[in-house]
Ligand binder design. Sequence first.
Ligand code: C2E
Ligand code: MG
Ligand code: MG
Ligand code: MG
Length: 286
Amino acid sequence: LAKSVGGNTWRFFAADMAPRASQKAELEGELRSALKRQEFVLYYQPLIDLRSGGVVGAEALLRWRHPRRGILSPDAFLGLAEETGLILPINEWVLREACRQGVVWQETGLGVLRIAVNLSPIQFRRQKVSELVRDVLDSSNLPPASLELELTEGILISHDEQIVTQMELLRSIGVSLSVDDFGTGYSSLNYIRNFPLHRLKIDRSFVKDLANDPRALAIVRTIIDLGHILNLQVLAEGVEEEAQLAMLRAEGCDEVQGYYFSRPVPSESFAEWLTTRGGEGVCGAL
Ligand code: C2E
Ligand code: MG
Ligand code: MG
Ligand code: MG
């Protein structure tokens, strides 16, 4: 390629590519040492029951406290973590840390919260997830019923027997399983029928347009009905406005999550927020 284009062009590309490649290499190096240096932290976002108005759980969301770049969201490094396989030790840390935190909250009287953890498709391909989860629950003493694992449609559409087996083992352990970002993946309805699921999480792109797009409302209504007919709970993600909340309640949605209640925050802030707001059933906003 260098020969077929002019010298200047080649230099242009070389100059353009080099920093990007080296930036990636640098990020990879930093990602490798981030676990050892304890740079990862979990933020928590409340999960709210629409009927009681109470906080029933928290989703653990990964953050990287980068020494120079500040707090990084998963979008900035998850791709690279999956590409390099580093997601395996990172997500194992996430599971352990989230379960540890769940037990601390139970013991300090904050309540029995369901702790939701996101899993990566890579883990299902390369790890015996059920053995890892069993081990993490044993060593943390978190009751299995307090742990929920969030899977994406990408994991569920693969026709891999191994994945079905892993999910059945997870179910037998007593943890619950939810489908994250529901409606944005491959939308094969077969997997909802065949997998031992507990909950659908409606993607926030549908919730975003709920109040001003009748088609978004139609989709949300359909997902809620489908979930209920199949005996699944339905949670709506990304609730930011009162109007969205009112519509979700009218449609019979079970749970909600979003900036309207709280952004994801560090564990101490979460505990503080929950204490000030009041416990189960007390919800000023509802
Ligand atoms: P997700 O699991 O669908 O998580 C919800 C995302 O929506 C979070 O982004 C959250 O901060 C954001 N969000 C919540 N409420 C609102 C809202 O009202 N409005 C808007 N605009 N956004 C809202 P975040 O924390 O940046 O995480 C992005 C994604 O990264 C997650 O999407 C999840 O797929 C992935 N992720 C996060 N933590 C982990 C982890 O520990 N392991 C793995 N494998 N993936 C993770
Ligand atoms: Mg999630
Ligand atoms: Mg989601
Ligand atoms: Mg997402």
